[in-house]
Design a protein. Structure first.
Lengths: 285, 355
């Protein structure tokens, strides 16, 4: 008679590594990142956010507003616009983070992850990594479309890349805010409304599309201190493109690159631990 | 090895808001056996599974899997378990294969071994054709089989299957049952929750009946049936016009009245399922000169047992019927009302399954 034992020989654990290592955590993050990239590729809405929308926005704004907007201090509108278009696209696309996390929590998928011996926060980090990678794709598409419609940076390559990096870092910081929203949303739909209530005003009440000089006084003050304005102005400086905001006295407009970096680092420092906290709270019962 | 306990629950309690989902639950599962956790919606089955699979923390009591405490060392417990939960917990946007590989990778199996194991399981569960299709297009039965496959990715020694066949058509249910039976040959220990009595009867070595967060019965399927002692005796007579004598001879041996069919050829009566009953009946009928074609003592179905166990309100103080983990489902069955209505909803569902 054979006896069954609980050793790995009969029922074995097909597990190569022991958990808890840094390597294991990185592997978990990479698995979760790939999973989320597949999601974005399969969801037409999310994919169009980073592919079709940037092309559409660039072309529409250049040809519709391009002729009507005169820049204070002169310069080409398309050269001015492109930093704003990039910021607009990246800022609004972080909505995907909120919706994606909220969907994970509501579809029971999170329970599966919680019964696996994985590094649990890989759910969060993997999500933000996937969003970072799609940001890069989005930035590439905006840049190429911009070149096609006449955008020309007036700075060296390193400085131009620095301009892209400044926006992408800010968008990455915002994904952690979006994560906090998604983790607290009652449903994926209410997470999506975050985009319209917060992200669109954030993107538009700024110098992204038009110089703030024409806005009413109080709105101008809001726009000058809006981090998106600092990011756009900083990028314009790095790209060597027209930056009318340089004539404004508000501190972030005088030091847009420093202001952008401070905003981004502060948002990450605040929102990432907060997201981890919300995540633990949502997954403990 | 045989008496090594792979799953243990000792005095588990868990409260969700106003609902006492678990009110002190004890059970254990010896290595290599299947325990059926049986009870209506809201009985506390899912909560018990959630505690033992490290998804929920008990308010009090102790749970262990493979000898490891689920509260003290949840990470270690997760290395020993496979879970197929009640709700679909797979990624609808990934293909079947991608889902399995993801589970393998997140369990530290590594990419190549995960792919190999996934291919093996897809074949075993007859999902090869659908393997590279996105899960959205899967039928309910296919999803359940994939769920089961996901639970088996790491060849875990302990499996938790929470209502693995709820909502499946009979054919799909049969296929899931076959898959579960095959696992036993591999020495796996299984905790299976179900509200289907025939499922517990067909698969489980032992059955624990829970209701209102408490264990109300515990035993093998046969023991539980005997416990209710409501077997049925059926006798077919060889010749007409002997039913009067036959009924007279049977009367002292049965509980209650002897029922005679219209044509006078078949007699039936409720009996206590005591050993040697059939022999005693045959002797009595023979002594009365009655010729018998057929005699049968039918064991009660588990349905009968279940209803006799949960039928009356054992816990007088428990007024909340919908209580717990399955709250949403139970509330839906109750049509928004509370108390006894929810109970009836569950009963109908159970009867529907039996029919």
């Amino acid at each position: 008679m054979t006896t069954t034992t609980l050793t790995p020989t009969s029922v074995g654990l097909d597990r190569a590594r022991s958990g808890g290592s840094v390597f294991g955590a990185l592997a978990d993050i990479w698995s979760m990142t790939r999973r989320n990239l597949v999601h974005i590729a399969r969801e037409p809405m999310q994919l169009s956010d980073v592919t079709i929308q940037p092309v559409l926005f660039t072309v529409l704004f250049v040809y519709i507003f391009g002729g009507a907007i005169a820049l204070p201090g002169g310069g080409s509108y398309v050269d001015y616009l492109l930093a704003g278009i990039l910021a607009l696209n990246l800022v609004t696309s972080v909505m995907g983070t909120a919706v994606g996390l909220s969907t994970d929590l509501h579809e029971g998928m999170i329970d599966r992850f919680r019964t696996l011996p994985m590094w649990r926060s890989a759910v969060l980090v993997g999500r933000s990594m996937a969003d970072l990678l799609t940001s890069l794709l989005c930035a590439l598409i905006v840049g190429l479309t911009g070149l096609a419609v006449g955008w020309r940076p007036g700075a060296n390559d390193i400085s131009v890349i620095g301009g892209f990096a400044l926006v992408i870092l800010f968008a990455y910081a915002l994904t952690w805010i979006a994560a906090c929203v998604g983790l607290n949303a009652k449903s994926p739909e209410s997470a999506a409304s975050f985009g319209f209530i917060v992200l669109f005003p954030l993107a538009f009440v700024s110098n992204a599309m038009v110089p703030t000089q024409h806005m009413p006084g109080w709105l101008q003050a809001v726009a000058e201190w809006n981090p998106v304005s600092a990011v756009c102005a900083g990028t314009r400086v790095l790209w060597g493109n027209p930056n009318p905001a340089g004539a404004l006295h508000a501190w972030p407009m005088q030091h847009p690159i420093e202001a952008s970096l401070i905003w981004s680092v502060a948002l990450i420092a605040l929102a990432a631990p907060l997201a981890a906290h919300f995540f633990r709270r949502r997954t403990t019962e | 090895m045989a008496d090594e306990l792979m799953i243990q629950a000792e005095g588990l309690t868990k409260r969700y808001g106003d609902t006492q989902a678990l009110a002190g639950v004890d059970f254990s599962v010896p290595a290599g056996t299947i325990l059926g956790l049986l009870g209506p919606n809201g009985a506390g089955k899912t909560t018990a599974v959630r505690v033992l699979t490290t998804l929920a923390l008990p308010d009090s009591g102790r749970g262990s899997v493979a000898g490891i405490d689920v509260v003290q060392h949840p990470g270690e417990v997760r290395r020993h378990i496979g879970v197929a939960a009640q709700d679909a917990t797979l990624d609808p946007l990934l293909t079947g294969r991608q889902n399995l590989v993801l589970v393998g990778e997140l369990s530290d199996m590594g990419r190549a071994p995960s792919r190999a194991r996934a291919a093996e399981l897809l074949t075993q569960f007859e999902l090869t054709d659908a393997a590279d299709r996105v899960l959205k297009g899967y039928s309910g039965g296919m999803r359940r089989r994939l769920d089961l496959a996901a639970a088996l990715m790491t060849r875990p020694p302990v499996l938790f299957l929470d209502e693995p066949t709820t909502g499946l058509d009979p054919t799909s249910r049969q296929r899931v049952w076959e898959a579960i039976r095959e696992l036993l040959g591999e020495g796996v220990t299984v905790l299976l929750t179900t509200q289907y009595l025939e499922e517990a009867d067909a698969l489980a070595h032992r059955i624990v009946v829970v209701d209102h967060g408490k264990v109300i019965a515990n035993g093998t399927p046969t023991e539980l049936k005997e416990a209710s002692r409501s077997a049925r005796l059926e006798v077919s007579l060889a010749a007409p016009d002997s039913e009067g004598r036959a009924a007279g001879a049977m009367a002292p041996l049965v509980a209650g009245r002897v029922h005679v069919s219209e044509d006078g050829r078949r007699l039936s009566a409720g009996v206590d399922a005591v050993p040697g009953l059939a022999t005693a009946v045959v002797r009595a009928l023979d002594a009365a000169g009655v010729l018998v074609d057929n005699i049968e003592v039918r064991q009660p179905s588990l349905d009968d047992v279940f209803f006799s166990l949960t039928g009356g309100h054992i816990e007088g103080e428990d007024e909340d019927e919908d209580g717990s983990d399955d709250g949403a489902t139970a509330a839906a069955a109750a049509g928004g009302s509370e108390g006894g209505d929810g109970d009836n909803g569950d009963r109908h569902e159970l009867e529907g399954v039996r029919a």
